[in-house]
Design a protein around this ligand. Structure first.
Ligand code: FES
Ligand code: FES
Length: 162
């Protein structure tokens, strides 16, 4: 069947098989391998993408469900070749270790900061609770989100004590 949707700000029109998962469309048909598959059953968040700006598990969504909607993957986060402030913050704070969880965490972070540019630590913890990380212990990730928040809100870099 034919599927039309917006992917990373570009219109896509593609033939897909019925029953195809969104993650398989992204990784196998569109070569967007930044989206990772961990558990494949909605528990780890590694496959998180944004659907109309909200984080969803692409392993649980059928490709047909994104018809006429907007999908953002990690490949769509940078702006004109520049990293998104959240990507910079994750890199700078050491929130990326093996990196397997990072694309999903970054998309959850961006969704959070778009909705709430100055989240509390508790709000960050809650927003990222569906994204599991085996490497970092989460402290660096929470610091990265706070740093990204300060940058997005234009607060002084002198406050960037991380
Ligand atoms: S791979 Fe989708 S939630 Fe784990
Ligand atoms: S950095 Fe390795 S799983 Fe999170």
């Amino acid at each position: 069947m034919k599927l039309d949707f917006v992917l990373n700000n570009k219109r896509v029109s593609i033939n897909v098989k019925g029953g195809l998962r969104l993650i398989d469309l992204l990784r196998e048909q569109l070569d967007l391998v930044g989206t990772k598959e961990g558990c494949g059953k909605g528990e780890c968040g590694a496959c998180t993408v944004l659907l109309d700006g909200k984080p969803v598990c692409s392993c649980l969504i059928l490709a047909s469900q994104v018809r006429n909607r907007e999908v953002t993957t990690i490949e769509g986060l940078s702006i004109e070749g520049e990293m998104h402030p959240a990507q910079e913050a994750f890199t700078e704070t050491g929130a990326v270790q093996c990196g397997f969880c990072s694309p999903g965490l970054l998309l959850s972070t961006v969704a959070l900061l778009n909705e709430n540019p100055e989240p509390s630590r508790e709000q960050i913890r809650r927003a990222l609770s569906g994204n599991l990380c085996r490497c970092t212990g989460y402290e660096k990730i929470f610091e990265a989100v706070e740093l990204a928040s300060r940058r997005i809100n234009g607060l002084s870099v002198q406050n960037d004590k991380v």
